[in-house]
Each structure stands twice: as structure tokens, then as C-alpha cells.
Design a binder for this molecule. Structure first.
Ligand code: NDP
Length: 297
């Protein structure tokens, strides 16, 4: 008697090529390999293909060979200049391919490259990786994508091997914009955290010990960002939590304490200027959300 149970065959993982095997590109290729995708890899310095070849990757002798090997070409190089240097000579080979460029760049660079790639007959997706290499394929990694929606839909399953996929729109510059905005939040946070460590260290307090106070404090304050975002979207800045006038009055204490403790406060000083301006322009009763209006240049 034959078994009447039918099973839907799992489609074979799609082939992918990865161009650029720096710290990030290596992690991306390893994630595709771990998920069973036939993965072709190319790097300027060929030695970096070694560990991936040991994991089952197919090394390409040239970038052109890597492009030819798969319909999906993931690029992760140091800068857009590098991406252009590697891909411009391959214009003809890109016809019919999908290029996913995960190199960090500006929205303008992403749009310009998208226009060029489309002219060659390629589908183009620009991406922003919100993870360090060790986080790739882990639970907290996500990647922003914008550009060709049909390319995103077609390759989403493969791209999801790297981390959660966040579609942000058809404007190819949109992923870079949000990537840079997220990095801006991160650098602002690190700037404050480093100032705080420098301040406590000026009196010999252990930075690690102090982090047990700092981490929950930063977490509690960033939790307020959603309400701040709502206030910004609605243009309703009046606050009953912490007014700009109160903060303007207290902020000199930060600058004075840094000076007294022999800690440079150059990163903080512009914030005092912004608070002063906001209050001078009559926004003292508003909350921090108002400051976004003053940041237009
Ligand atoms: P690496 O410095 O480790 O790697 C840079 C890559 O670019 C290498 O493959 C290098 O090749 C290649 N490259 C540089 N110049 C040239 C050139 N002239 N011609 C050909 N190839 C070149 O950087 P990462 O892998 O860390 O970063 C890659 C991208 O990912 C960057 O845009 C970065 O901002 C972004 N990113 C990185 C994160 C991270 O935590 N590392 C996080 C999020 C994004 P070679 O090995 O031959 O030098």
C-alpha cells in the first residue's frame, strides 16, 4: 500500500553571491551558508575567502565571476566609492540581476547608485545593517531595505537569513536616511555615556560599577522617545514633565561640574546654546520635542 500523504517539497535555498568579505561581508556570507544557500564569494584580498570556502562557499576569482554566479548579488564594501570601483566595470553583467547594496552611505549616494544600476537593467535594493557582525543572523539584528519592492518581495526570504527585514519604501535613499538617523541616536547616546564615565572617573569611581546606574537610567530615558515622537508628529510640545526652562536653568551645572572636575565638555556645550535659543524664542514651557523645530538649518 502506498503512502497517500503528500508533502510540499521545501524549495532549495536560492543561490547568492557576496561581494566584499570584510568583517561584515564575512558574517553575511556565513549566515547564507549556514542556512544552506549556495554562496559564491569574492573579495579584493583573496585570502579572506579561505574560512568561508571551508564552510562550503564557492570562491570567485573575480567580481565578474561572482556576479555571474547568482541572480542575487549582495555587496558590502567599505564605501560607495569602492562599490562603484568594483561594479561600474561590470555594467553589462548586471543586466537581469538583483543588487542588494549593504554598504554604509548617504541617501544621495544610494539614489545615485540606484539610478545607475537601473540603467544597467538591474533591480536595486539599498540596505542599512543595524547590527555588528557578531549579531548577524541573531535575534536582535535587523536590516533596513528600500528601492525595488518587487526585488524585496522576491528575495525577502533569503535576506531574512541576515536578520529581521524592515522594508522602508521605494525611494532607494530611505534606508540610508533611517540608517544614518539610527546611527545619530547611537552616537549621541555614546557621547553622553562617555562624558558620564569621564566625570565619575575624575574622582576615581569605577566606570563598570557606575554602569549599573547608567544603563537603567539611559533605558528609562529612551523609553520616553515614543511619546516625544508623538509630540513631534502632532506639533504639541507643551509639557508637564520637564520643561525647557527648567533644563536651561540646570544645564550650566553640568558645564560647571565638568570644568571643575577637569573634564572637557565640548560635546555638551552646543546643547546649552540650543536650550538658550529655545527659551529666548519663547518655548520655555515646552518639552524637549520642541528642539527638533530648532534643528532645521
Ligand atoms: P571592513 O573594513 O572589514 O571591510 C571593508 C571591505 O571593503 C573589505 O572587503 C575590503 O577588501 C573592501 N575594500 C575596501 N577598499 C576596496 C577597494 N578599493 N576595492 C575593493 N574592495 C575594497 O569593513 P566592514 O566589513 O566592517 O564594513 C563594510 C560595510 O558595512 C561598511 O560600509 C560599514 O559601514 C558597514 N557596516 C559595518 C558594521 C560593522 O559593525 N562592522 C555595522 C553596520 C554596517 P579587502 O579585504 O581586500 O581590504
Amino acid at each position: 500500500m502506498s503512502d497517500s500523504t503528500t508533502t510540499t517539497p521545501t524549495p532549495d535555498p536560492a543561490p547568492v553571491s557576496v561581494i566584499g568579505l570584510g568583517m561584515m561581508g564575512t558574517a553575511l556570507a556565513a549566515a547564507f551558508l549556514a542556512a544552506g544557500h549556495p554562496t559564491t564569494v569574492w573579495n579584493r584580498s583573496a585570502a579572506k575567502t579561505g574560512p568561508l570556502t571551508a564552510q562550503g562557499a564557492q570562491p570567485a576569482a573575480t567580481a565578474a565571476e561572482a556576479v555571474a554566479a547568482s541572480p542575487l548579488v549582495v555587496v558590502c564594501l567599505s564605501t560607495y566609492d569602492t562599490v562603484e570601483a568594483v561594479l561600474h566595470p561590470l555594467a553589462e553583467q548586471l543586466t537581469g540581476k538583483t543588487v542588494v547594496n549593504l554598504t554604509n552611505g548617504t541617501p544621495a549616494q544610494a539614489r545615485e547608485f540606484a539610478t545607475w544600476a537601473r540603467k544597467q537593467g538591474a533591480e536595486y535594493l539599498d540596505g542599512g545593517i543595524m547590527a555588528v557582525p557578531q549579531m548577524i543572523a541573531g535575534p536582535y539584528a535587523y536590516v533596513l531595505y528600500s528601492g525595488s519592492q518587487s526585488a524585496f518581495d522576491a528575495h525577502r526570504e533569503t535576506l531574512a537569513r541576515l536578520g529581521d527585514t524592515k522594508w522602508v519604501g521605494t525611494d532607494p535613499g530611505r534606508a540610508a536616511l533611517q540608517d544614518i538617523a539610527l546611527l545619530t541616536g547611537m552616537y549621541g547616546m555614546f557621547a553622553g555615556v562617555l562624558q558620564a564615565f569621564a566625570l565619575v572617573r575624575s574622582e576615581g569611581v569605577s566606570a563598570e560599577e557606575f554602569s549599573s546606574l547608567l544603563v537603567p537610567w539611559i533605558g528609562a530615558m529612551t523609553a520616553d522617545a515614543a511619546a516625544m515622537g508623538r509630540a513631534i508628529d502632532n506639533g504639541e510640545h507643551l509639557t508637564d514633565v520637564s520643561s525647557l526652562a527648567v533644563n536651561q536653568a540646570a544645564f550650566p551645572n553640568l558645564l560647571t561640574t565638568h570644568r571643575d572636575q577637569g573634564v572637557n565638555a565640548d560635546l555638551l556645550a552646543p546643547f546649552q546654546t540650543l536650550l538658550d535659543r529655545a527659551v529666548a524664542e519663547g518655548h520655555g514651557a515646552d518639552g524637549f520635542s520642541r528642539l527638533v523645530e530648532l534643528l532645521k538649518s
